[in-house]
Design a protein around this ligand. Structure first.
Ligand code: ZN
Length: 400
């Protein structure tokens, strides 16, 4: 007896060869088999979903968000203990938007002081796969302001960022997110408050040391970086994931591909520089860099972002919208729709170290699946067209 069968849908597995007209058999939250629709009538199941006319594909993966900290203050204006509640509200917005896996960040916040353990516990109670990257953040104010996951609710100085501090961050971090800011962030602040946005925070020796600490503790490291020279520091130090990477050069993408350094692109903003253009993302993919697109939620849209004039602040519900100019350009360059969609499923799962469990529809992977009225990004960008969200084989959201 199967728990759930999804039949007659247009299945986009993200694996090759594609198995478009197959049925998915689910038991105990796992995709146990993928079979011809014809044999489904011979099978018993507690629940059979007829997905005729719908696209069936893996749940979306947003591998760079700030939903438990900066977005709780920014979106909900919470200051105190309600931070946890605001985080859960943000997480529900993800699920409703088809995002079943989230790579969130805990970087400390000058005002919000909920420790990461409490937020991890809250995340465990949600129906999302959530991993937390712990990090230290540098905001480009004058003077520069530092925060850290180790001491949320307080401001630090550069001298606090010693070997012990980075070792503790490495131990706590669950995936290579923005563990360090090689360049100061503009955060979500108006430019006159952050005149040092984009300024380099660490020198070559610092970056080598920090990457060495993470690697010696068995952890991959990611960094917030903009500007070719600064990106080069991280490449030379054998870092693992470049976040934003605005201003990277084609030869750097080639070097990243050779060194197996991945890219999390944010085509709508996130640094003081112009964000990743569709052409830049094409160069990264063309060079062979494992590339994901992420929302960095919630994030104001950079004035130089390509094709996003009507967007102001981007959250989970805008995930597909921010991919659209890039995906359309990539398709013109000859990439398949599936190759594009891998950036918000398979590739993002790989960057989070979850490629064995999620990111495609494959035997023995988790049954984290969305049903859509067409192909996301190409046929629609509104999240109402994601009509069903299934996590671990259980229908969590049903808008049909
Ligand atoms: Zn970020």
């Amino acid at each position: 007896m199967w728990d759930l069968i999804i039949k007659n849908g247009r299945v986009i597995t993200m694996e090759s060869p594609q198995a478009q007209d197959k049925a998915i058999l689910i038991k105990d939250g796992i995709i146990v088999d993928i079979v011809d629709n014809g044999i489904v009538k011979e099978l018993d199941a507690h629940n059979v979903i007829d997905a005729t006319g719908l696209v069936v594909m893996p749940g979306l993966v947003d591998c760079h968000t700030h939903l438990c900290e900066y977005a709780t203050e920014g979106v909900h204006r919470v200051k105190g203990k309600s931070q946890k509640m605001a985080a859960i509200s943000n997480f529900l917005d993800c699920l409703k938007s088809g995002v079943i896996t989230v790579g969130d960040h805990h970087l400390g916040h000058p005002v919000l002081s909920t420790p990461i353990q409490v937020l991890k516990e809250a995340a465990r109670d949600t129906e999302l796969n959530i991993k937390f990257a712990t990090g230290t953040c540098c905001v480009g104010t004058e003077p520069l302001a530092y925060t850290s996951s180790i001491r949320p609710g307080s401001s630090l100085t550069f001298d606090d960022l010693d070997t012990g501090h980075f070792a503790k961050l490495a131990v706590e971090s669950e995936f290579p997110g923005e563990n360090i800011f090689i360049t100061a962030t503009v955060a979500n602040l108006p430019s006159h408050i952050v005149p040092n946005g984009g300024k380099r925070v660490f020198d070559k020796e610092n970056v080598l040391n920090i990457v060495g600490i993470f690697h010696s503790l068995g952890k991959d490291i990611g960094a917030h970086i903009e500007g070719a020279e600064n990106i080069q520091l991280f490449i030379d130090a054998d870092g693992d994931v470049v976040h934003h990477g605005h201003g990277a050069e084609v030869r750097q993408f080639e070097e990243m591909a050779r060194k197996n350094i991945h890219l999390v692109a944010t085509p709508h903003g996130g640094t003081s520089s112009a964000p990743n253009s569709p052409q830049e993302i094409y160069s990264a993919l063309n060079a062979g860099v494992i590339t994901a697109i992420a929302t960095d939620s919630y994030l104001p849209v950079h004035p130089e972002a390509v094709g996003m004039e009507e967007l102001k602040v981007v959250g989970p519900k805008d995930f597909l919208r921010i991919c659209k100019p890039t995906f359309e350009y990539l398709k013109q360059q000859g990439l398949s729709e599936t190759e594009c969609l891998k950036m918000i499923t398979t590739n993002a799962a790989k960057i989070m170290g979850l490629e064995a469990e999620i990111g495609s529809i494959k035997k023995l992977k988790k049954a984290d699946i969305i049903l859509c009225k067409g192909l996301p990004v190409f046929d629609f960008t509104d999240t109402d067209s994601i009509v069903m969200v299934i996590k671990d084989g259980i229908v969590e959201i049903n808008k049909t």
